[in-house]
Design a protein around this ligand. Structure first.
Ligand SMILES: [Zn+2]
Length: 247
């Protein structure tokens, strides 16, 4: 059986002397691992389109042993400019690792794929603040994969907004000024809360389209990253590397 789909390579490893095993986020079937036979030979016809973060058209064969083999790959976008800047590249690699952790298996993942592609495209374009791209991508990936924070209203009294609001970095719940009874909650301006609501609730094509003042952007970045670390309960090597490069 041959599956034809487009997808982006989110992980790669060498196998044996000659082959590579790549992990692709495909549109039709979520995450798939496939062998590139002879993929360690630079002259192999599929090498260019099967590198990390390449967005390509794939023909994938399912073998009798239930393994997948990449028969053919044609690149649609290799995001060349990413590779010229180590900070941009490391952020894109973090998004690839997050995708591996959060994206669907064996089911349609068009929304997840288009989010990842938009995020990587914006990094490579180089015109938007990387902290904003990072926070939007983190919160939206979490939202798509079942970890959306509860941002509609105060978790206690259902009030929609107050001048300051308070966010629980572990549970993802929001509280108003009057219901802020726990000193450990993260204080946020209404601007930051509105940005978080925009990221989680807007149409996919609108999520990156907003601007936010510097102080609020720094709160947004902090909240998105810490909530992500807490709710998924794991460490991300690529995130640690990105932080090391940017601090
Ligand atoms: Zn309240």
């Amino acid at each position: 059986m041959i599956l034809r789909t487009d997808g982006i390579v989110i992980r790669e490893q060498n196998v044996g002397e000659q082959d590579r095993l790549i992990t692709i986020l495909t549109k039709e079937k979520g995450i798939i691992k496939g062998f590139v036979n002879g993929g360690r030979n630079p002259k192999n016809k599929n090498v260019a389109a099967t590198g990390l973060l390449c967005y390509s058209d794939f023909s994938i064969e399912k073998t009798k042993r239930d393994a997948f083999v990449i028969k053919e790959a044609t690149s649609k976008n290799v995001f060349f400019s990413l590779r010229e800047n180590i900070i941009s590249l490391s952020l894109a690699q973090y998004f690839a690792e997050l995708t591996y952790e959060l994206a669907p298996r064996e089911e349609d993942s068009s929304e997840f794929l288009s989010l990842l592609l938009n995020a990587v495209f914006l990094i490579s374009k180089g015109t938007k603040d990387l902290r904003l791209i990072k926070a939007v991508t983190e919160l939206r990936m979490l939202s798509i994969s079942g970890y959306m924070p509860s941002l509609v209203a105060c978790a206690t009294c259902s009030r929609y907004e107050s001048e300051r609001m308070y966010f629980d970095l572990n549970s993802g719940e929001l509280f108003c000024e009057e219901c802020n009874l726990n000193n450990s909650l993260q204080k946020l301006s209404l601007t930051t809360v509105s940005a978080m609501r925009h990221i989680c609730f807007s149409e996919p094509q609108k999520i990156f389209s907003f601007t936010i003042p510097e102080g609020d952007l720094s709160d947004l970045s902090f909240v998105a990253e810490i909530y992500l670390r807490n709710i998924t309960g794991r460490k991300y090597k690529t995130l640690d590397f990105y932080k090391m490069m940017t601090n």
